[in-house]
Design a binder for this molecule. Structure first.
Ligand SMILES: O=P(O)(O)OC[C@H]1O[C@](O)(COP(=O)(O)O)[C@@H](O)[C@@H]1O
Ligand SMILES: [Mg+2]
Ligand SMILES: [Mg+2]
Length: 331
């Protein structure tokens, strides 16, 4: 196993934890690349704490991370795939993880990932995880796509490593650049349009209307249905992502989980100069009320994220007027 976090000021405990995460990442990359050769990683395997159907790879990834982190510096392990926090009984850190993000893409050979968030351990499990994302000492993801990469922030910018295919060797590559403040690309699952609240519909309506609409220019749309892949694209070339709350039962607070999906992504995006909110307020300042809490999530290029918040503040007619070609907030 070869990876170096030298020069980043990490404590030995954090560096050891990161090494364990990257070791599992290399193993998972090999397992994912062999999907279908020995078994079907997308096979149904049960139901998790959030009521989502689990796939075989969800369970394999969760067990691999848990085994690798036990007897290290992580005391509390909180996973999307487990109802409760696992107490390893020794260690100074608390790690929350979405072991396999984007599981609807396992069987279609599209990028998936692992998202993690690390805090210094607090008194107990609740105190360790139900706290503002500003207190994270690390947050990031591993993306399993045509290329396997680690993108992480330790609170001072964002760093990136790439896995040499077929090996355990991770090489640090150029840091991601700051996000462009403006963008012409958005990501949202538009099949939920009829369920969205009015400000989200207005924001999207105005972009769909393109050059002929109030915004006076055309926009492009992408939806991969892997938060990790969506984040990687936005980090690479800008954009805005929205998973709002909607009126479907169980989706009042959207779909994404605060602790192990949104908080670490918000850390990365804000470190790159972007915005990350629940539509109105910064995610990193919010307090989740339980481990598997969901939150509406809007992140990406700062101007767009601010504009979504402005749509929430204004009555429908006024928002269209303010954002039209003669309005105050054009572009
Ligand atoms: O299927 P939908 O509603 O578009 O939701 C897609 C979202 O769900 C997720 O797949 C949820 O993550 P999991 O696969 O870890 O449950 C995100 O990666 C993605 O952004
Ligand atoms: Mg996920
Ligand atoms: Mg998952």
């Amino acid at each position: 196993m070869s990876v170096s976090f030298d020069g980043l000021g990490l404590s030995p405990e954090l560096a050891d934890t990161m090494t364990r995460l990257t070791s599992v990442g290399a193993t998972l990359a090999r397992i994912i690349a062999r999907n279908g050769l020995e078994g079907n990683l997308a096979e149904a395997a049960g139901t998790n704490a959030g009521g989502d159907g689990q796939k075989a790879l969800d369970v394999i990834a969760d067990e691999a991370f848990m085994d690798a982190l036990r007897d290290g510096a992580v005391r509390y392990y909180a996973s999307e795939e487990q109802d409760d926090v696992v107490d390893f009984e020794t260690g100074t850190l608390a790690l929350a993880i979405d072991p396999l993000d984007g599981s609807s893409n396992i069987d279609v050979n599209v990028s998936i990932g692992t998202i993690f968030s690390i805090f210094p351990k607090a008194e107990g499990p609740d105190e360790s995880f139900l706290r503002p994302g500003t207190e994270q000492i690390a947050g990031g993801y591993i993306i399993f796509g045509p290329q396997t990469a680690l993108v992480v922030s330790f609170g001072k910018g964002v760093q990136q490593w790439v896995l040499e295919p077929g090996t355990d060797i991770w090489t640090r590559v150029a840091d991601p650049k700051p996000l462009p403040p403006e963008t012409s690309e958005y990501a949202i699952n538009a099949s939920n349009y009829r369920h969205w609240p009015q400000p989200i519909r207005a924001f999207i309506d105005d972009m769909v209307a393109g050059a002929e609409g109030p915004r006076g220019r055309n926009f492009n749309m992408r939806w991969i249905a892997s938060l990790v892949a969506e984040t990687h694209r936005i980090i690479s070339r800008g954009g805005v992502f929205l998973y709002p709350g909607d009126d479907r039962e169980g989706y009042e607070r959207g779909r994404l989980r605060h602790v192990y999906e949104c908080a670490p992504i918000a850390l990365l995006i804000t470190q790159l100069g972007g915005g990350a909110t629940d539509g109105a307020d910064p995610i990193l300042n919010a307090l989740p009320d339980r481990l598997h809490a969901r939150t509406p999530f809007v992140f990406g290029s700062s101007t767009k994220v601010a504009r979504v918040a402005a749509y929430h503040d204004l009555p429908h007619d006024e928002s269209h007027a303010l954002f039209n070609s003669r309005g105050l907030f054009r572009s």
